[in-house]
Design a protein around this ligand. Structure first.
Ligand SMILES: [Zn+2]
Ligand SMILES: [Zn+2]
Length: 242
C-alpha cells in the first residue's frame, strides 16, 4: 500500500514561519521550512573558501583570507554557510533577539545539508554550542547556538555537550570593540571542564562568526582542557572587517 505523507501535528498547531519573510510556510510534502522565493535570496558562501575560517576568497590562488594570515588561528577549520548580510542578517537577529528560536531548526538543517559529509569524515567526539553567560541566557530564555547544536548533533548522531564549556565572564558587546579589544575582552571568558569521555575532537557551533575572537577564545579553553582538534560551524560569517 502506498504510504501517505502526513504532517506532524505540531505543524498544524504552530504553523512554521519562513525565517526570511516571517510569513507562514504552507505545509508541503517536501517539508520545506522556507518559501521558494526566499530560498533564492539566501547569500551562500561559495568556493573558493579560506582553508582556515571558511570565508569566501576572491581568487583560487589564495589559500587563506587576509584575516587568517594577519591573525593565525588555533582551531583547525571552519564551516560557515552564509555571508553575514541581508536577508540572513535580519533573520539571525530574529532568531537571537526576537524569540524566533524555531529558525534554528531551519539553519541546523542547512548546516547539515551543506557539510554533513565533511563533518562525518572528521571523526568528531561531539558537538558543543558556544555558551552564553548564565545571566544573558536567563534574560533571553535560550541560547540560539544551543538550539542549533542540539538539532545538528541529532542529525549527525553525535552527542551535544552543553554543560562543559562555560562562559564565566560577562563581557561587553563585541561589536563596539576593535580586534585587539575583542581578544582581550574574551581572554579567560570561557572555561572548559573535561568529562569522563575525554573529548578529543569537537565541533563548536555558533550563529555568527565575525572576527573569530569568540571561537578562538573557546578553542583556547578547550585546548587547555585536553581537546586536541577544534572545528567550528556557523550560520554566517562576516565578509571582511579590516
Ligand atoms: Zn519567506
Ligand atoms: Zn580565513
Amino acid at each position: 500500500m502506498k504510504q501517505l505523507k502526513t504532517l506532524p501535528i505540531i505543524d498544524l498547531i504552530y504553523p512554521r514561519r519562513c525565517p526570511v519573510c516571517h510569513d507562514i510556510v504552507t505545509p508541503n510534502p517536501d517539508n520545506e521550512q522556507i518559501c521558494p522565493a526566499c530560498r533564492k535570496r539566501l547569500p551562500y558562501v561559495t568556493e573558493p573558501r579560506c582553508m582556515k575560517c571558511g570565508k569566501q576568497l576572491e581568487t583560487e590562488e589564495q589559500e587563506y583570507c587576509e584575516d587568517c594570515i594577519r591573525i593565525p588561528k588555533q582551531y583547525v577549520r571552519g564551516y560557515p554557510v552564509f555571508h553575514y548580510e541581508s536577508p540572513v542578517r535580519e533573520s539571525v537577529a530574529a532568531l537571537k533577539y526576537h524569540n524566533r528560536r524555531e529558525y534554528a531548526d531551519f539553519y541546523a538543517d542547512v548546516l547539515w545539508d551543506q557539510f554533513h559529509k565533511e563533518f562525518l569524515k572528521l571523526d568528531l567526539d561531539g558537538v558543543i554550542p558556544v555558551p552564553l553567560h548564565r545571566r544573558k541566557q536567563r534574560s533571553r530564555g535560550y541560547n540560539q547556538a544551543e538550539c542549533l547544536a542540539a538539532r545538528l548533533s541529532k542529525r549527525l548522531n553525535l552527542p551535544c555537550y552543553t554543560g562543559l564549556l562555560l562562559r564565566t565572564a560577562y563581557t561587553t558587546p563585541q561589536k563596539d570593540l576593535n580586534d585587539k579589544e575583542r581578544m582581550n575582552n574574551l581572554k579567560k571568558a570561557f572555561f572548559f571542564r573535561q568529562n569522563e569521555v575525554k573529548l578529543k575532537k569537537i565541533l563548536l557551533v555558533d550563529d555568527i562568526y565575525t572576527t573569530g575572537s569568540t571561537i578562538e577564545a573557546c578553542t583556547e579553553a578547550l585546548h587547555q582542557g585536553g581537546v586536541s582538534d577544534v572545528y567550528y560551524t556557523s550560520i554566517c560569517i562576516g565578509k571582511g572587517y579590516i
